[in-house]
Write a protein that binds this ligand. Sequence first.
Ligand code: PMV
Length: 327
Amino acid sequence: MTLKKTATARANSNIALVKYWGKRDRALNLPEAGSLSVTLEGLTTTTTVSFGGERDALYLNGQLAPEPALRKALRVIELIRNRAQLRQPVRIESSNSFPTGAGLASSASGIAALTVAAARAAGLALPKTELSAIARVGSGSACRSIWGGFVEWLPGSRADGTDSFAQQVCSEEFWDLRVLVAVVADKAKAMGSTEGMLHTQATSPFHPAFIASTVRDLDEARAALLKRDFRRLGRVARRSSLRMHADMMAADPPIIYFQPETLEVISLALSLEREHELFFTIDAGPNVKLFCTPTVEPHVMAALETLPCVQRIITARPGRGAEVVEA
Ligand code: PMV
């Protein structure tokens, strides 16, 4: 009898407070600078990995996934198969708790859940830093979703990437914050993050300045976080996000993820900020994410609901790291 090698894991997505935009190595997803994120309960992927069967296959929300998604998943699976000296094909079934096609990054939660499920299914007991380095090869930002709470991704300096993984700065219990995702567009993005980063690095004259400011922002954001200094953390997070977008816009031809609706939400956030503890951040897409304290949440929610361009509001809070739920 052959043992059924299967396991299920859950992972939450994460949103960067200090952004990662630039690779020192494309194949290994090694970043030019460190980054800092919050893992978010409410944006969750559940993935079952089984070794066995006839060929490698990936199902996303019950549908056979397109080739590029399978190729990305196989980057992680290959590393796991090599470590465990397994040769069997893999079957991956993955589903998201949040609406797919909402322009929300599912690769961080998806690749983190895949890594943890695959390692367990293959019989490997790996420390979280190693799981993080493996997840990184599938998708850079996924290395941060291995941990819960507030997480820093170390850029490392080695060419083989063994010193570039994420570690927890403080747990999800450390600070009760709320994140409201104002969904204004649900189309798939025009340019993926890998292509966007490489193009920005190659053509934006602002890029070296962005990386230099990221290194400073990371120190300041970590210090503000550890003191629970909301205003200071918010200032750093806001400028890190806007400088990343300025860098992309300065690429030639430009990369513009903003839509007119993005600016509507930004201007609402800037006016709310005058009275309330609130800040915004935007990733490689048009949707704005608003951070606030729990008491401020109803005000932000009510204000967002007045904007006709906001199609949906998803709420999240600091959440747990990736974990096996069934093996
Ligand atoms: O690792 P990727 O390919 O998901 O890129 C993430 C890029 C941003 O979301 C824009 C920034 C970040 O640090 O998450």
